[in-house]
Design a protein around this ligand. Sequence first.
Ligand code: C2O
Length: 500
Amino acid sequence: MQIDNARRLFHFVAWTAIALAMMASASLADEPPRTKVRVRRDIASLALDGREIAAFRRAVKVMKSRPPSDPTSWIFQANIHSSADTSNPAWNQCQHGNYFFLPWHRMYGYFFERILRAASDDPDFTVPYWNYAHPSARALPEAFRVPADASNPLYAAERNNDAGGVNSGARLPASAVATSWLPFRLTRYATTDPAGTAFGGLVVERPVHLMSTMGAFETYHNLMHVLLGGEKGFMSDPNNSARDPVFQVHHNNVDRLWKRWLDQGGGRANPLHDRNWMDTKFKFFDENGKPVEMAVRDCLDTEKLGYRYDDDPPSWLQPRPLTVSAAESPLTQFAASKTQDVELGSDAPTRLTIELGEQAQAACRKGGALALLVEGIRFQKEPMVFYEVYLNLPANEKPDFQSVHYAGNLIFAGIDPCAHARHLALRAKKSHKEAEAARVDSLRAFDISETVRELRARGLWHDRQLSVTLVMNGLVPVNNAARTGPGLKAHFERVTIAGR
Ligand code: C2O
């Protein structure tokens, strides 16, 4: 009896083991080989003298030592992004001002990282990210500035020297880096309205290298370029930006924030229904210098590309993407401030008023989509400062970007400084369509739907009048150094409120 039971038990165990082994091998055979998933880490968590930074330095040094004709060299790769030299068709590919901005830069960083990994000789190497939104991480990470000489492959002398200098620890201001919550509020990835606002940018039929209609998140990212590069540095000039190794850690953060935006759910989704976006392919080079191609649809899951970020939530926590309806009517303009020549460039706040007529009042009451447009922007030299924009800020109240009055930052990067003059000339000639396109190239739009709702809820909204205040901000100086940014003047014509 006892022996019988033992035999039965033995059979049961043996067969279960065999069955489990068969199941395991069957599922192994069915599944394609898994890509190894490496982790991209916050650079603040890496030791300055640790293995990762050493590998990063080694890799950049090796790439810089290669001749510029080699597709895996530092200069060739930087030129793929953008260059004043247009002699090679593989160069000048970066996507700006349209809805390919995020996927193009993801692919670029992916292939760049493969080249760096091979050059580093460390099979686990990944490029870290710089989380400048963190209050203790707003100065350029030390790896890029210590030591501050050519012995450090991550160092570049070509950085913003204002306010004591980025290389000496001048910090990014809070409102520049924390504005992520503004574009993050937006739920729409793409827009078909050039004056509209969306997280990811303007819908275009085919890729365009550099356009001036920036998506809300791209605008947020532009400010880091401006503040790190300053007047003469690499980062603020698209043609040179990827020559500064800091480009890599900035763009990894941008890539990571794209995922954090999606994580919020609430209808936020990539435009998966848009075949044009999904099927468009871009060309790069792999670590062997071989040309490769990738379609947008193949870069959307970063684990398939073999990487994740150290703060990615586990996949079972990620919301299922909802597809947002694509239909969107254009914005209608409701009211505008007086048309005049407004000059920016001093520390004193600039204040304008918009008288709200019947139509505007009704639109604001309705609580639908509302945008504030700063129109007719022009300048001789692009200002390396930015302006915080406030609605209904009381005259005696200190501007605070964490207050309900804050509507976003006015940033000049990407604006075509001649578009406004072109707009006026075309309008005089009655070429309406072209004049409208030029108008759009000289404006910046802010989604203020939420801000207006909040102001109303707190009794800070006035039915007939809206006041708009612009306050200059820039790098936080190191060692009490002076900020010279105010010397750079800019002009605009008016602010308007539009909605649907
Ligand atoms: Cu193509 Cu941050 O730049």
